[in-house]
Design a protein around this ligand. Structure first.
Ligand code: NAP
Length: 253
């Protein structure tokens, strides 16, 4: 049933974790062109690219720091040059670092806000320009449960993820009339490198599992599935929605 029907998608932070799983699933679902963005891990990104090619997608590998708007613009320019369109944006790249508010430096604050939030402004601006010209397109922004309930020792992260939720609703209202939808996926705990430090500690893992009604941590593929649904034509009338994928840990909507 779900088919991306030859669409072109840009996925930021696609070298590892949720982004890599999303790129692979999009290739399986019939995307024609995939832009695999990465920042530091070229080898991992190349592996994802080769998996997607084996599944029949054309791939453009783009190294870009999404915290720098000019680099994001270059990534969109390269995409248009290669594929001529951007049908789907998955703004996924992010970092999660620990810092207590009393000692958090301005640099720590800005690093998280720039990579997690300024990147979304930059990606959505470029996508809005292209999609307005096309009069079609969809954006899926990746937030977190932290953006809805806060997170001790990660206030900068939670603030960036909360802002992504209000940005989703604002852009859905602003761009809908042009045939553009903007939605958000908010994962809970996912087994990726990002959560590795917490999940590799047995005591912490047990505590986290106890908070999740399903009793387990999500796989990256279990987040990629809902992202694919929102990217597909099956979700054509969904706009401004926050899709929680957290095993029932945080019940909100
Ligand atoms: P991950 O495994 O740590 O992967 C992060 C990805 O982001 C990598 O591909 C990395 O690229 C890329 N990235 C980091 N900084 C970048 C930058 N400045 N420019 C471009 N790419 C950059 O993380 P993940 O768990 O898959 O997380 C993906 C998204 O889901 C994030 O937005 C995260 O906040 C959100 N999320 C995750 C969880 C969780 O439990 N894992 C929970 C809720 C929300 P390189 O490797 O090339 O540097």
């Amino acid at each position: 049933m779900i088919n991306l029907n030859e669409k072109i998608a840009i996925i930021t932070g696609a070298s590892r974790g949720i982004g890599a799983a999303t790129a692979t699933l999009f290739a399986k679902a019939g995307a024609r062109g995939l832009v695999i963005n990465y920042h530091k891990d070229k080898t991992a990104a190349e592996n994802v690219a080769s998996r997607c090619k084996d599944l029949g997608a054309e791939v453009l590998l783009v190294r870009a720091d999404v915290a720098i708007p000019a680099s994001v613009k270059k990534m969109f320019d390269k995409t248009l040059e290669r594929f001529g369109a951007v049908d789907i944006l998955v703004a996924n790249a992010g970092i999660w670092k620990e810092a207590a508010i009393e000692t958090m430096t301005e640099q720590e604050w800005c690093e998280t806000i720039d990579i997690n939030l300024k990147s979304i402004y930059a990606c959505c601006q470029c996508a809005a320009r292209v999609m307005t010209a096309q009069q079609r397109g969809t954006m899926i922004l990746i937030s977190s449960t932290a953006g809805q309930r806060g997170e001790a020792l990660h206030s900068h992260y939670a603030a960036s993820k909360g802002a992504i939720i209000s940005l989703t609703k604002s852009l859905a209202a602003e761009l809908g009339a042009r045939g553009i939808t903007v939605n958000c996926v908010a994962p809970g705990w996912v087994a990726t490198d990002m959560a590795g430090a917490a999940l590799n500690d047995k005591k912490t893992l047990r505590k986290i599992r106890d908070l999740i009604p399903l009793g387990r941590i999500a796989t990256p593929e279990e987040i990629a599935g809902p992202i694919l649904f929102l990217a597909s034509d099956l979700a054509a009338h969904i706009n401004g929605e926050i899709l929680n994928v957290n095993g029932g840990m945080v019940l909100c909507g």
